[in-house]
Design a protein around this ligand. Structure first.
Ligand code: F6P
Length: 429
């Protein structure tokens, strides 16, 4: 049966576990063997230090640990049954990963990053925050040597198809691996790390992207996995801040994440009725200090007791200078005489249980990701799974990545309207 692997990469986001669970279960349901790659691209570059029991179910390792050979045989048989019938839970494997990567060493996974998983391994993952298989931002993968090692590990383990759940950086990495794949295979064969038969069998990389990021910054999709949860976390925080702000008639400047994307800030502003938002894509036209004071003063004049300013961490002015929460505080205190506090929401936005929308999005997209992988042909492009107008769809990975990079380029060229237009999923240049 085909071997389908799934990994999470880059900054974690709520719903990543739901995505992994969905890919694993759908892969098994479709008659494949399911694998997880721990610690993102880093894990794929490292591979497995000891290749013991690679062909048998990973659960065997765990049971063997307890020196129960009969149980180990039962687990192996269950794993086999699962992969051939596609729908039989691999009881016994469930212990392997349920505690997550932090327990991995105790579970005998030290030095093993590519792990066979069964149906039960992902039981209870739907509502868990973060990513239980670990993630990393991997410097080695940015070099060709790192990608060569990653390619070698995929082929060595006979992985036929790979689903990567991550943000724009991780998917850019996926796209680069895809583009370079023929060259990598050739190099591996030339250095006799893989056989001619392997080079032939793995001539095409089947890879699919699932967009897991709180930033909602990938072009071509309406929503990324984790963005709805982060947004609701921000709204809860702003609501809490609002009541204390009103009590004291204070101003609060609240910094939210999003990297170079203003989606979280803007949507949080809409959802909480904030007085003003700073986002990278649309800096104030004039001097931001003047525009801000004018708006806030008007709001105070009509009787508002509190002032809420939301600033995206990537906010800039039209000259591309950063606009930081502390700079805004100084303006509010000095020019408007407001008693002002700054709150940086930080990683509280990223962690914790996914909201229903993320669980559903990740589950539906995981199913589509496996379907896309199993339907992939050398002639079809690699896809990223998207949602557009409430429909789960596929978009060519390369185009989504290129368009996302173009947004950053437009901003760096001070073409803000152009950048905003590119955020539109229907945009076609
Ligand atoms: O991309 C997700 C994100 O949370 C951004 O919003 C933020 O800029 C960044 O990651 C923070 O990264 P780190 O967790 O490495 O500090």
């Amino acid at each position: 049966p085909p071997k389908v692997a799934v990994m999470t990469s880059g900054g974690d986001s709520a719903g990543m576990n739901a995505a992994v669970r969905s890919v694993v279960k759908m892969a098994i349901f479709r008659g494949c063997q399911a694998y997880v790659i721990r610690e993102g691209w880093e894990g794929l570059v490292r591979g497995n230090e000891e290749e013991q029991g690679e062909q048998s179910a990973a659960g065997v390792e765990q049971v063997k640990h307890g020196s129960n050979a009969a149980a180990a045989a039962a687990v192996a048989a269950a794993a086999e049954a699962s992969s051939s019938t596609g729908f039989v839970p691999t009881y016994g494997e469930g212990e392997l990963l349920k505690e997550g990567v932090s327990e991995a060493e105790e579970l005998g996974l030290k030095g093993r990053y590519i792990v066979r998983v069964g149906w039960d391994d992902v039981r209870g993952w739907l509502d868990q925050g973060g990513t239980l298989i670990g993630t990393a931002r991997c410097a080695a993968f940015r070099q060709q040597d790192g990608r060569l090692r990653a390619a070698h590990n995929l082929i060595k383990h006979g992985i036929d198809a790979l689903a990567v759940c991550g943000g724009d950086g991780s998917l850019t990495g996926a796209d680069r691996l895809r583009a370079e794949w023929p060259e990598l295979v050739e190099k591996l064969q030339a250095s006799q790390l893989i056989s001619e038969a392997q080079a032939k069998r793995y001539a095409h990389l089947k890879i699919v992207g699932l967009v897991g990021s709180i930033d909602n910054d990938l072009a071509g999709t309406d929503l990324t996995i984790g963005a709805p949860t982060a947004l609701s976390r921000i709204c809860e925080a702003v609501d809490s801040i609002s009541s204390t702000a009103a009590s004291h008639s204070r101003a609060f400047v609240i910094e939210v994440m999003g990297r170079h994307c203003g989606w979280l800030a803007l949507m949080a502003g809409l959802a909480t009725g904030a007085d003003y938002c700073f986002i990278p894509e649309q800096p104030p036209k004039g001097k931001w200090e003047d525009e801000l004071c004018e708006v806030l003063q008007k709001h105070r004049q009509v009787g508002k007791r509190k002032t809420i300013v939301i600033v995206a961490e990537g906010a800039i002015d039209r000259e591309l200078n950063d606009i930081k929460a502390d700079d805004i505080k100084v303006v509010l205190s000095d020019r408007l005489g407001l008693d002002t506090r700054v709150t940086t929401l930080g990683h509280t936005q990223r962690g914790g249980r996914p909201v229903a929308a993320d669980r559903i999005l990740a589950t539906l997209q995981g199913v589509e990701a496996v379907n896309a992988l199993l339907e992939a042909k050398p002639s079809t492009p690699s896809y990223v799974i998207t949602i557009r107008e409430n429909k789960i769809t596929r978009a060519p990975l390369m185009e989504a990545v290129a368009q996302t990079q173009l947004v950053a380029k437009r901003i760096s060229e001070k073409d803000f309207d152009g950048a905003l237009a590119l955020r539109d999923p229907e945009f076609d240049e």
